[in-house]
Design a binder for this molecule. Structure first.
Ligand code: ZN
Length: 269
């Protein structure tokens, strides 16, 4: 088994000083290059375009609409998603497979978009004290590195920084994500139904299901569902009902998804 090494020098340099948008985008681009080179992406253009268009639609409503947002689908069954600084958002195929309608995918994208809008990973870097950083890696986020084959190929060091966010960050990302999807004319109910589904799946599997990674990387799911429910109750029913829950592209995307070969499996699943 190859050892995965972190190089924290670049991060230590950044600690304590402000990170400009330009630096943030540069970091994101470097990390995205590594992620794209080392994680398997779903190659189907219909699936990629669907997710990218939906992500753009939501991201364009935010205060950081000017970023060069990019949305990609990782070929992993594990239910998870992550965002790099500067607007690079990755959603695993497992999320699309679990989703029942467009608004559920939108809820996950809206949440990841908000992490970028609020510069959560930049904030973490700025607060970082040397190597004592809550660093994760793409492997942890996707579960892919657990498979022997992928593990040999993945050695993300250097500037690759995948933040593990705090509960506060997660709640902020939910609340902002909720508003992001609503501004895009999409029902925020999908966020609620999707998290509920994951929670049920997790409880039924006794913690070992493919949604386990979601709970590890997005702490406090149960409280967060209650928080989303509270936000939902504050939106007038007439307004909720006027928002979009699904689109025709969703079914087309799902049909393409069903035709893909199996995703690389992580060990122990
Ligand atoms: Zn999150």
């Amino acid at each position: 088994m190859r050892k995965i090494s972190f190089t924290v020098g670049a991060i230590a340099l950044l600690a304590g000083c402000g990170v400009s948008t330009q630096q943030e985008v540069q970091m994101g681009q470097q990390e995205a290059q590594q992620v794209n080179a080392q994680l398997p992406m779903v190659q189907d253009p219909v699936i990629q375009n669907y997710v990218n268009a939906l992500g753009q639609r939501i991201a364009r409503t935010t205060s950081r609409a000017d970023l060069d947002w990019q949305f990609q689908v990782v070929n992993s069954d594990v239910v998870n998603a992550f965002a790099l600084p500067g607007g690079f958002v990755y959603i695993n195929r497992g999320v699309l497979e679990r989703a029942s309608n467009m608004s559920e995918v939108a809820g996950v994208l809206g949440h990841e978009i908000e992490h970028v809008v609020r510069r959560h990973s930049v904030k973490q870097m700025e607060q970082a004290q040397g190597a004592n950083v809550g660093l994760g890696i793409a492997c942890a986020l996707t579960g892919i590195c657990n498979s022997g084959l992928a593990q040999a190929a993945i050695n993300i060091g250097g500037t690759a920084v995948f933040a593990k966010f705090s509960r506060t960050d997660e709640v902020q990302a939910d609340e902002g994500g909720f508003r992001n999807v609503m501004r895009a004319g999409i029902s925020p109910r999908g966020m609620y139904t999707f998290f509920q589904k994951l929670l049920a799946e997790e409880q039924n599997s006794g913690g070992g299901g493919s949604a386990a990674a979601w709970f590890a990387d997005h702490p406090g799911t149960q409280d967060r569902i209650a928080d989303i429910q509270r936000m939902l109750s504050q939106v007038p029913a007439s307004q909720l009902n006027s928002l979009q829950t699904n689109d025709s592209g969703f079914a087309t995307m799902k049909a393409r998804l069903a035709r893909l070969g199996p995703a690389p499996r992580a060990q122990g699943q």
